[in-house]
Design a protein around this ligand. Structure first.
Ligand code: AMP
Ligand code: GLY
Length: 425
């Protein structure tokens, strides 16, 4: 099978790593990729903000499957065009990707499908925002309606900060903000494959959104993750499929916009039960780095089945029994205004650590061929082990090998879970 993966993050590097070990894959292409992916696949420098570019590339390569990594191309209709040109595509059409592209649309789908989520008000003026905030009380949850790479959400107990974020979001013409009730309890990311009809869940993971240890500082795209969740209640995955993902997939199909690709359910296990925080229309980053590290079933076969309506006939997925932890190494000043162009060294020292490896995100080559940072999240390091303690030991041993001026990473990824301190209220 000849495969084209779209994207340039560590999520795509993780996919490439899995696809490379799949004996069905004869040829692996990535567009645009990054400096690390270029060592493992053929990369093509295309502009993913052009919805026609992936189709042109897929045609020139003659691929059998296109896997869309990030939300950007999905929301502008890259998958629609690829499908219209006859390609098997893992990734939803724009209409279904709206599930991620608009938080207000996601709320509407959830209301129609009876999916439990936070109560929310969609506001178009600051006056409406103030009323909604006072209605819910602190802590305040204020979300930009549109795509914001995980950085459009402010959760704060300071009313002025909440209002200020809403003001900034509303300053763009036609903008809307969503104000919602605060959800207590631990968060879970559950990825489900969908072929438009059937749903197949992967193993759950937990992401760490805040930049600093102890969940302090601003939200980011994600600073680390682990899987599986030793503290997860019995039957959680089946419950989420039955009450959240299958009804959502059914509702989208009923509306004539079937969802083909990955439904990412971001959930909170609250004192009042399961609630959806958000949906994404693609694999999550960094959770993919741990989920795919544990998946034993060859990935190409699984993604192809989802892309071509074959999930009902897919055999049960097989998993490694242990645990995986990933830690994001971020650039100086991420997420505010990341410094790029910093030289990265020490990666070869990670080769000496068993069951640990480095995936590239924002990396590039300088004019002299040196490896340099080219984005906010620069690398993710992955560690595997029999349990979380062993995986944590390896991932942090690997992280300490990496040298880059101004680099920072969280030191507490999976720590509370390792200590048995994650409590479901
Ligand atoms: P989102 O982009 O909607 O996933 O939000 C990013 C992060 O903000 C989530 O992963 C949560 O940590 C936090 N968050 C979002 N909505 C809520 C909520 N209603 N209550 C508490 N925390 C939230
Ligand atoms: N890990 C959060 C996301 O991918 O949106």
């Amino acid at each position: 099978m000849k495969i084209l993966v779209l994207g340039s993050g560590a999520r795509e590097h993780a996919m490439v790593r899995s696809l490379r070990t799949d004996p069905n894959v004869t040829d692996l292409h990535v567009a645009p990729g990054n400096a690390g992916i270029a060592l493992d696949a053929t990369t093509h420098p295309i502009d993913l903000t052009d919805p026609a570019a992936p189709t042109a590339l897929a045609q020139s390569l003659g691929v059998d499957l296109v896997v869309v990594g990030p939300e950007g191309p999905l929301v502008i209709g890259a998958a629609d065009r690829l499908r219209a040109a006859g390609f098997a595509v893992f990734g939803p059409d724009a209409a279904a990707a709206h599930l991620e592209g608009s938080k207000a649309f996601a709320k509407e789908i959830m209301a129609s499908a009876g999916v439990p989520t936070a109560i929310a008000h969609v506001c178009e003026t600051l006056a409406e925002v103030e009323i909604a905030c006072d209605d819910f009380g602190a802590p305040y949850v204020v979300k930009d309606d549109g795509l914001a790479a995980g950085k459009g959400v402010v959760v704060t107990s300071v009313r002025a900060e909440a209002i200020e974020h809403a003001r900034a979001c509303l300053s763009r013409p036609g903008a809307r903000v969503v104000i919602e009730e605060y959800l207590d309890g631990p968060e879970v990311s559950l990825f489900c494959l969908s072929d438009g009809v059937s749903v197949v869940p992967l193993q759950p993971a937990q992401d760490f959104k805040r930049v600093g240890d102890g969940d302090l500082g601003p939200n980011t795209g994600g600073m680390g993750a682990y899987s599986p969740l030793p503290w997860a209640p019995e039957g959680l995955v089946a419950d989420v499929v039955a009450r959240v993902v299958q009804p959502t997939v059914d509702e989208l199909r009923r509306r004539g916009t079937p969802f083909v690709g990955l439904v990412y359910a971001g959930l909170a296990l609250t004192s009042r039960g399961l609630r959806v925080i958000e949906f994404n229309a693609r694999f999550g980053d960094p959770e993919t780095q741990v989920v795919l590290a544990l998946l034993r079933t060859p990935l190409a076969h699984v993604l192809y089945a989802a892309a071509t309506g074959g999930l009902r006939d897919l055999e049960d997925l097989r998993w490694h029994p242990g645990a995986a932890v990933t830690v994001v190494i971020a650039a100086e000043n991420y997420p505010v205004n990341p410094v790029t162009g910093a030289e990265i060294t020490g990666l070869e020292r990670v080769d000496d650590i068993d069951d640990a490896y480095v995936l590239h995100a924002g990396t590039a080559r300088s004019s002299t061929g040196a490896l340099v940072s080219a984005g906010g999240r620069v690398l993710t390091v992955v560690g595997l082990g029999n349990d979380l303690a062993a995986a944590r030991e390896r991932v942090y041993a690997a992280a300490r090998c990496v040298e880059m001026p101004g680099a920072h990473y969280r030191s507490d990824i999976a720590l509370a879970a390792e200590r048995g301190e994650v409590i479901v209220p």
